[in-house]
Design a protein around this ligand. Structure first.
Ligand code: GCU
Length: 648
């Protein structure tokens, strides 16, 4: 009965909607002419129910989308493939895995092969995920709003999350969300905002969380929650949240027992503590390690994890350069965290800027498990209005922070309840690319863009794929150029972080929120001196060769120049231009690139794209172009008041 309801919901949902408004993401391959026969081997009558359910999903995905006549799914527990799989084919095709979720991943890999029209000759390949934890972090609040969400409201409709209350259409939509994640190997989801409401740990909400966990489990996705460190106090059960207080410790132990009784495979807690006004162990003069370990001890009996964020500033080291504060705060705690604690750090030391150097904390915590936090939602990269493909930025990060040193990677999700999930049709590519890179960071950004384009627009025509792929590949650099080239950072308008405000200063704000704190333009030059010799000394936090490279003006990569140095306006750049001229060139180049994208989209892509989607992208490219012009004009006009040179 339940299943019939679900099928009806899915059908209704698809019929009511236009076929191609983007809601099917990259999963909407063309249906096979004749149904494919899927055989399953290796699952006996005594197989656990969970295994059967997941294998059934693998079978359904293939039956619905695979165009070969036969596929065999083989569950071979002796194959030692972990969550990976082996694909052999093409006729008949076989997917072998040693776990049910491996079979599901293998099924999706087979569909991807087909839908990206990869070569059709014989193949025999094996894949295993490079990173153990591949997690999406939602910044969703219980009231349905999404912090830094640009694609509608939260996908979790909490009011419907109670046994028997979920509508079929919501269930169908959440199943699609789960399929999308499973199709790229995402295996963990944090449901709520790091600025966490204590309410999330109340029994009412835990019952709702259980509903989501039950729905996501068959897709190999474990649920985690962001927790407010002061929850026991905020919920009125204790008078303190001091991690050394026995009552507080017992409260967390009881809470863990309650959670695991509802969800035996619950992933664990994500914690933002003593950062941007959130409570934490520092409120009781305890260290981050003491705080994290208390939670870790409560979760350990159940195999749960604590993901503790290093995104702190303005607390213990408030007078220091903001980009140094995470290392200052955490380096001394290396080795003091329990084994089930992981430290999660943003890719850069500041805050998801269009370009940052990598965060040196990744060099400093030798004895602590680490996760990298990437931001899929484009808070500082044009939000859901600019076409900016993020994979090249993430690849840049992985070149310096080797994935083999990480336990996993977390991506701040960009999905909401808008029909196409992500707002900008091309923002879907960032969700896709995040999952693909978490699975295999060796994949090239080009290859991922190409896969995504083929599956999303159902074409193999190089006249579309090559130029649009190129547009995606260059779009992040375009954004850097029109927003803040040469290592400039945080020139954003206050609060919403969308447009430019290079002169932004408010005495009532922490200095770290003010653009003038970062660019430091004056009549001599521009940029933040972070050298050991004359500046904040942030370069010393890096390992060699980066420490020396960044320290010296002559060896500092030009793309990070003004991040690390205060440079005279007439400094000679490699191009022969002065710094001022180069800045003008970069801003102009950024705008020209968007002009090219818009013109190309307008003149050459219409035959390949659904009319509604085409129109939407066309309109958004015009918005992006207008915004890029505004960035160029606002920033150059403002900086000219210091350089006193003409804008060429
Ligand atoms: C940024 C963002 C905040 C967010 C914070 C974080 O500062 O603007 O909305 O809460 O990062 O990552 O904790």
């Amino acid at each position: 009965m339940k299943r019939a309801g679900l099928l009806f919901g899915l059908l209704a949902w698809t019929l009511w909607s236009r076929a191609d408004d983007g809601r099917l993401l990259w999963l909407g391959g063309t249906a096979p002419d004749s149904p494919c026969r899927v055989k399953v081997r290796g699952i006996g009558p005594t197989a656990p129910h969970a295994t059967e359910t997941t294998v059934a999903l693998a079978r359904e995905a293939l039956a619905d989308g695979y165009r070969g006549s036969d596929v065999t799914l083989v569950l071979d527990t002796a194959a030692r493939l972990g969550d990976g799989f082996r694909l052999q084919g093409p006729r008949p095709a076989t997917v072998t895995a040693s776990s049910a979720v491996g079979l599901l991943y293998g099924a999706y890999a087979l569909l991807r092969r087909q839908n990206t029209q990869a070569e059709t000759g014989p193949y025999d390949c094996m894949e295993r995920p490079a990173l153990t934890l591949r997690m999406l972090d939602h910044w969703d609040n219980p009231d349905g709003s999404v912090e830094r969400g640009y694609a509608g409201r939260s996908i979790w409709k909490w009011e419907q999350m109670a046994a028997g209350r979920m509508s079929d259409s919501l269930r169908a939509r959440l199943c699609l969300y789960a399929q999308a994640n499973a199709s790229v190997g995402i295996n963990a989801v944090v449901l709520n905002n790091v600025n966490a409401s204590p309410k999330m740990l109340s029994r009412i909400y835990l019952d709702k969380v259980q509903v989501v966990a039950d729905l996501l489990r068959p897709y190999g996705i474990r649920v985690y929650l962001s927790v407010n460190f002061a929850s026991p106090m905020a919920l009125g059960d204790t008078r303190t949240a001091d991690p050394q207080n026995a009552r507080v410790r017992r409260w967390w132990q009881r809470k863990a027992a309650e959670i695991y009784a509802l969800m035996p495979d619950f992933g664990g807690f994500l914690v933002k503590a003593n950062s941007e006004g959130q409570p934490g162990p520092g409120d009781y003069h305890r260290t981050h390690a003491e705080g994290a370990n208390m939670l870790a001890d409560a979760l350990a009996p159940y195999g749960g994890k604590v993901v503790w964020r290093s995104f702190v500033y303005g607390a213990g080291h408030r007078h220091e350069d903001r980009v140094k504060q995470a290392v200052s705060e955490f380096a001394g705690l290396d080795g003091l965290f329990r084994d089930n604690v992981m430290l999660q750090s943003k890719n850069g030391p500041l805050d998801f800027q269009p370009r940052e150097p990598y965060a040196p904390i990744f060099d400093r915590m030798e004895r602590t498990s680490q996760l990298a936090e990437l931001q899929i939602t484009q808070e500082y990269l044009g939000q859901s209005r600019h076409l900016v493909y993020l994979a090249p930025m993430w690849k840049e990060f992985f070149e310096q922070v080797k994935p083999s040193r990480l336990k996993g990677v977390a991506g701040v999700a960009n999905v909401g309840d808008t029909a196409n999930w992500c707002g900008h049709p091309f923002s879907q590519a960032n969700w896709y690319a995040f999952g693909r890179l978490a699975w295999n960071p060796e994949l090239s950004a080009e290859a991922i863009a190409d896969e995504w384009l083929r599956q999303t627009f159902h074409t193999a025509d190089a006249r579309f794929l090559a130029p649009v792929g190129m547009m995606m590949m260059t779009s992040r650099e375009a954004c850097v150029n029109y927003m803040m080239p040469l290592g400039l950072h945080h020139l954003f308008k206050f609060d919403h972080h969308y447009g430019p405000e290079p002169g932004g200063f408010k005495a009532s704000y922490p200095r770290e929120w003010c653009p003038v704190y970062y660019h430091r333009a004056d009549s001599a030059g521009i940029g933040f001196d972070r050298t050991v010799a004359t500046g904040s000394g942030a370069t010393a936090q890096y390992r060699e060769p980066y420490a020396t490279q960044y320290e010296r003006l002559e060896t500092c990569p030009e793309q990070l120049l003004l991040w690390f140095h205060h440079v005279p306006w007439d400094y000679r750049m490699q191009s022969g231009n002065t710094l001022w001229q180069e800045l003008c060139c970069k801003y102009r180049l950024g705008v020209s690139m968007v002009e090219v994208y818009r013109d190309f989209w307008r003149s050459s892509t219409r035959p390949y794209v659904d009319a509604e989607c085409w129109q939407q992208v066309d309109g958004l490219l015009q918005v992006q172009l207008n915004d890029a012009r505004e960035w160029r004009e606002t920033c150059l006009d403002y900086f000219q008041t210091f350089s006193h040179q003409p804008i060429e």
